[in-house]
Design a protein around this ligand. Structure first.
Ligand SMILES: Nc1ncnc2c1ncn2[C@@H]1O[C@H](COP(=O)(O)OP(=O)(O)OP(=O)(O)O)[C@@H](O)[C@H]1O
Ligand SMILES: [Mg+2]
Length: 423
């Protein structure tokens, strides 16, 4: 990570007016310690340039054609949280926009007209604060080699069945005594995994985050063992403990678990934030869960676009429709047309089976293995573990194959690590 004062602060200037961009360059050139790395005239260009240049600071106008400054700020703040901070430049009377921009992740703002001193002061202050913030988010975490497969379950909407799917997928995989399976609850504030498995956690992910270093012994000591044989890392006991867990912890914990477990199933929160992005980035397979309502499909479309912009291969993402409803929902054809991709699996609505299972804390794949919804979970298992049906030789081949996929992801993990460390 860069240190204040050692190298010039790298700046990207974004404004649709060429004259404004020139003025900003001139103001900055009067002071030492800044390097204008690039210029963009709209938000879209800014996002593309920021991805390439990784500037320390983006000076961002709000009202621009093609893509405005608020949307661009949101994308840069999510994607480049560990390298780049946005300072918004607005004219007086744009206070509402300003609030939106700060909510989108902007770290500083300047209201026009401003002096050279105000400009320089704001940039320096923002940059220094960012360096301190990132240092706090980066505990000393060693680099790992990943071997097992990480399967993350995500949705843009709440209540669509993520936790039900994650719990039952883990329990179904765990039926194979040759497989080591762990389930991680990253719904850090109000996670439901413990209750759906009728488990009372003693230690949780918060106990790992409290340690100075994350190592495999600490992670292992915080896992509970469920009667099905799967190991479980539960979310913190209280919502306020959630904030000590960072994306870096998540990355390290999942990487370590994948070293010793064949499958790491991750139940993600519905938000896109540091935590869920860490869980999505490191996953080998993402189950994107959507219900069949119009708003859920619109949100799924946005998620697919974001995942594409994050560079995820399309084969990494599997789309599952949960609780499809004939009377109230869109049909599969309409959904596939609107999302321009196929639906990989449908998880039937079977309240009679699912509700008692949730209330008793027994996965339905155990209590009711022949129910339609249990058969759908078996289909999910076939997607993540194609050799799950009895062929011992194929299973062995799959086990040896796992190290090659592990290598690929270990490479990605190393890349993510180096990106964070080198800024
Ligand atoms: N296939 C299904 N058939 C019938 N009911 C279901 C099914 N899947 C989930 N449910 C019910 O839907 C509710 C929400 O499920 P779940 O908690 O798994 O959703 P979630 O996406 O994890 O929600 P949250 O966003 O709150 O974490 C539960 O009451 C559950 O019983
Ligand atoms: Mg849930």
């Amino acid at each position: 990570m860069k240190q204040v004062g050692k190298s010039p602060i790298k700046i990207l200037i974004v404004d649709d007016m060429a004259e404004t961009r020139e003025n900003l360059k001139k103001l900055l050139s009067f002071h030492g310690g800044f390097a204008v790395a690039g210029e963009a005239e709209n938000g879209k260009e800014a996002v593309a340039l920021a991805r390439r240049l990784k500037p320390d600071i983006v000076l961002m106008d709000i009202n621009m054609p093609v893509m405005g400054g608020i949307e661009a700020t949101r994308t840069i703040s999510v994607e480049m949280a560990m390298t780049t901070a946005v300072v918004i430049i607005s004219v007086q009377g744009e206070h509402e926009y300003l609030k939106e921009a700060m909510a989108a992740g902007a770290r500083g703002y300047l209201v026009k007209p401003f002096s050279a001193d105000e400009l320089v002061g704001t940039i320096r202050r923002t940059h220094e604060m960012e360096i301190q913030r990132r240092a706090r988010l980066m505990p000393n975490i060693p680099l790992q080699t990943k071997l097992g497969r990480i399967i993350s379950v995500f949705s843009a909407k709440g209540g669509v069945g993520k936790t039900v799917i994650a719990v039952n997928l883990a329990a179904e995989l765990g039926k194979d005594r040759d497989l080591k399976v762990t389930l991680v609850d990253l719904d850090l504030q109000f996670g439901d995994v413990a209750i759906m498995l009728d488990t009372t956690p003693v230690r949780t992910i918060a106990d790992i985050a409290r340690e100075e270093e994350v190592d495999s012994e600490t992670v292992e000591a915080c896992l509970a063992t469920h009667s099905t044989g799967i190991r479980v890392l539960t979310s913190p006991l209280r919502p306020e403990q959630a904030e000590i867990v960072t994306g870096r912890h998540v990355e390290a914990i999942l990487g370590l678990l994948a070293e010793s477990y064949d499958f790491v199933i991750v139940d993600l929160p519905q938000r896109l934030d540091d935590i869920s992005l860490a869980g999505l980035d490191i996953a080998d397979t993402i189950f994107l869960i959507a219900s069949t309502e119009l708003s859920a499909i619109r949100d799924a479309k946005i998620c697919l676009e974001i995942m594409e912009s994050l560079g995820y291969e399309s084969s990494k993402i599997k789309l599952a429709l949960s609780k499809p409803s004939k009377e109230h929902g869109l049909d599969t054809n309409e959904i596939e047309k609107s999302l321009n991709r196929k639906v990989d699996i449908r998880i039937p609505n079977e309240e009679r089976v699912v509700h008692p299972s949730v209330n008793k804390g027994t996965p339905f794949v155990i209590s009711n293995p022949t129910a339609k919804v249990s058969l759908a979970i078996k289909d999910l298992v076939k997607i993540v573990n194609p050799h799950s049906e009895g062929d011992v030789r194929a299973k062995k081949a799959s086990k040896s194959g796992k190290s090659s996929s592990g290598k690929k992801t270990a490479g990605m993990f190393a890349w993510l690590f180096s990106m964070f460390v080198n800024g």
